[in-house]
Design a protein around this ligand. Structure first.
Ligand code: GLY
Length: 355
C-alpha cells in the first residue's frame, strides 16, 4: 500500500493507492468521518453494476444508512439536474453536517460528487473512490469539483478538497481499453511538465503499463505524488497549478467543438501535440525533446494533432474560464520536465500557434 499526503492550504488528506484498496475503506472512513450516520454514494450506469454493491457491502460494518444516486454515464449528464437530485436525496434522508458523500466512478462522477458535497448544507465531507485511470491520476485529487453548462466545461464549481481518496488499482481491470488510453493523456502530461523519471519509465514500458499491476500501481503513485506537490503549492490555481493545463487550452476547444463527444484525455493529447509543435516553431523547445514527447504519445496510442485551425483555437480559448481579463495563461514546455506559464493576449496566442 502506498500513501500520498496532499497538503493543500485548506485541508490535508491521504490518497491511498493499492490493489484491493476497497478492503480498507470501512476503517479509513471511520478515521476521517467520525460521527457519520449516513452516506450518499454517487455513481454512474457503467460503474455501479460492477462496484456499487461491493462498496455497500464493505461499509455494512460501519452501520451507516446508505443511499445512492446512479446517473446515466456520460459528460452530457454532468449538469445541475443530477446535482439537484443528489441534494434532494440527502435532504429527504435527513443528512446532517457530519454525514458524507462518496464519489465512485470516473472524473465526471468524482467532480459531481465533490460539487454536491461542497454545496449541501454549505459543505459536507466527500471521499473519492476513482475507478478510471484519469480520475486516479488527476480528477479525484486536488479538490476541483463542478459541472458543465452549455457555454463550457466545468464552468460552475468549487474548490472542495476530499477527506480521503482511495485508489483501488484492481478497479482498473474492468476499464475499457479506450478509456484507459484516455487516462494516459494526463499521465503523459505529468511526465512532460514535471517528471522526466516518469517519462523514462513510460518509455521503458514500451506502451504497456496495464499487464503488470505492480508497475501500474507505481505509475499511478508517481502521478498522484506529482499532482499532490502542485496542489500543495497552489491549491487555488493562481500559479504553478496552471501548468497542469498543458494541452488543455487547445484540448478544451476541440472537446467543446465536438459537443463533448470526444474524450477529454484524447483532446488533451491533441492539444499537447499542437502545443509541442508550436513550442518548437517558436524556439522554446528543441526538436529532440519534442520528438521524444510525441513518440511517447504515439507509443500509448494517443493522437498528436487535429485539423482545428489556429483561428478556431484562439476564438474558443477566449471563452475559456482560464482567461483572466483579456489575457490567457498559455502553458509551454521548455524541456522535458520544465513547464512555463506565459501570458498572451489574443493576437499573441494566434501568432504563437501560427508562426
Ligand atoms: N486537472 C487540473 C487541476 O486539477 O488543476
Amino acid at each position: 500500500m502506498r500513501t500520498v499526503r496532499v497538503n493543500a492550504a485548506s485541508k490535508s488528506y491521504d490518497v491511498i493507492i493499492c490493489r484491493n484498496a476497497v478492503d480498507v475503506l470501512p476503517y479509513e472512513v471511520q478515521k476521517v468521518c467520525p460521527g457519520a450516520l449516513k452516506v450518499l454514494i454517487v455513481s454512474e450506469s457503467n460503474v455501479a453494476p460492477l462496484y456499487l454493491d461491493l462498496v455497500k457491502s464493505k461499509l455494512k460494518i460501519n452501520g451507516y444508512e446508505i443511499i445512492s444516486h446512479v446517473f446515466e454515464a456520460g459528460e452530457q449528464n454532468k449538469g445541475i439536474n443530477e446535482i439537484a437530485a443528489m441534494w434532494n436525496k440527502m435532504a429527504e434522508a435527513g443528512f446532517t453536517r457530519t454525514d458524507f458523500v462518496i464519489g465512485l466512478g470516473g472524473g465526471v462522477t468524482t467532480d459531481m460528487a465533490g460539487f454536491a458535497a461542497s454545496t449541501f448544507l454549505r459543505g459536507i465531507k466527500v471521499i473519492q473512490l476513482p475507478t478510471s485511470l484519469l480520475a486516479m491520476v488527476d480528477a479525484s485529487v486536488g479538490g476541483k469539483t463542478g459541472i458543465d453548462i452549455p457555454m463550457g466545461k466545468n464552468q460552475v464549481g468549487a474548490f472542495w478538497q476530499p477527506s480521503l481518496v482511495l485508489e483501488d488499482i484492481s478497479f482498473l481491470k474492468t476499464l475499457p481499453d479506450e478509456v484507459f488510453t484516455e487516462g494516459m493523456g494526463e499521465v503523459t502530461k505529468h511526465a512532460f511538465i514535471m517528471d522526466p523519471e516518469l517519462l523514462e519509465k513510460l518509455e521503458k514500458a514500451n506502451g504497456d503499463i496495464r499487464s503488470d499491476e505492480a508497475l501500474l500501481e507505481e505509475i499511478v503513485y508517481m502521478n498522484v505524488a506529482d499532482k499532490a506537490s502542485v496542489v500543495g503549492e497552489d491549491e487555488n490555481d493562481n500559479g504553478r497549478r496552471q501548468t497542469l493545463n498543458f494541452g488543455h487550452t487547445v484540448g478544451h476547444v476541440i472537446e467543446r467543438d465536438s459537443g463533448f463527444t470526444k474524450p477529454h484525455g484524447i483532446c488533451v493529447a491533441k492539444g499537447m501535440g499542437i502545443m509541442i509543435d508550436a513550442c518548437v516553431r517558436a524556439g522554446t523547445l528543441d526538436t529532440s525533446d519534442a520528438e521524444r514527447m510525441k513518440n511517447l504519445l504515439k507509443l500509448y496510442k494517443l493522437p498528436v494533432t487535429d485539423d482545428i485551425t489556429p483561428e478556431a483555437i484562439v476564438e474558443g480559448a477566449m471563452n475559456d474560464k482560464k482567461k483572466r481579463g483579456d489575457t490567457l495563461s498559455v502553458i509551454l514546455v521548455n524541456k522535458i520536465g520544465k513547464a512555463e506559464i506565459r501570458k498572451m493576449n489574443k493576437e499573441e496566442f494566434l501568432k504563437f500557434l501560427s508562426v
